[in-house]
Design a protein around this ligand. Structure first.
Ligand SMILES: [Zn+2]
Length: 127
């Protein structure tokens, strides 16, 4: 036990690894560094990419010039894939789990599946 640490609220010596003061019940924010960060940059990036990729699926294909169509589809799939990768990383691998990552991952999967089907249907129509 390290007696050097003192409660910032009541000033009494407290255990070094305490999450709250045993005397006054004050909770310490500085010991919450490893616990209370719910959203990571990967999770937020995943959510943003997922929403963008999913919205791109619903832009009517007639608005897109034919010459740019395959580029557009590839970009749409790429953004969806990034959402999946970032989302999977931030929700299943990185700690703490980021709920944004899960949403981004789901949107990413939907985008890749729907986008791929759209691409197949679109390219078969144009043969
Ligand atoms: Zn205290």
């Amino acid at each position: 036990m390290n007696e050097d640490r003192k409660c910032p609220n009541c000033g009494r010596p407290i255990p070094f690894d305490a999450n709250l003061c045993p005397y006054c019940g004050k909770k310490f924010i500085e010991s919450g560094i490893k616990t209370e960060r719910t959203h990571t940059s990967f999770g937020i990036a995943s959510l943003v990419f997922g929403v963008i990729a999913f919205c791109l699926l619903f832009i009517p294909r007639g608005f897109i010039p034919y010459s740019l169509m395959s580029l557009y589809c590839a970009l749409n799939l790429l953004i969806g894939a990034l959402a999946m990768i970032f989302g999977g990383f931030s929700y299943w691998i990185k700690k703490p789990k980021d709920a944004y990552g899960k949403i981004g991952f789901i949107l990413g999967i939907l985008t890749v599946v729907i986008g791929f089907l759209q691409f197949i249907i679109y390219s078969s129509i144009n043969y």
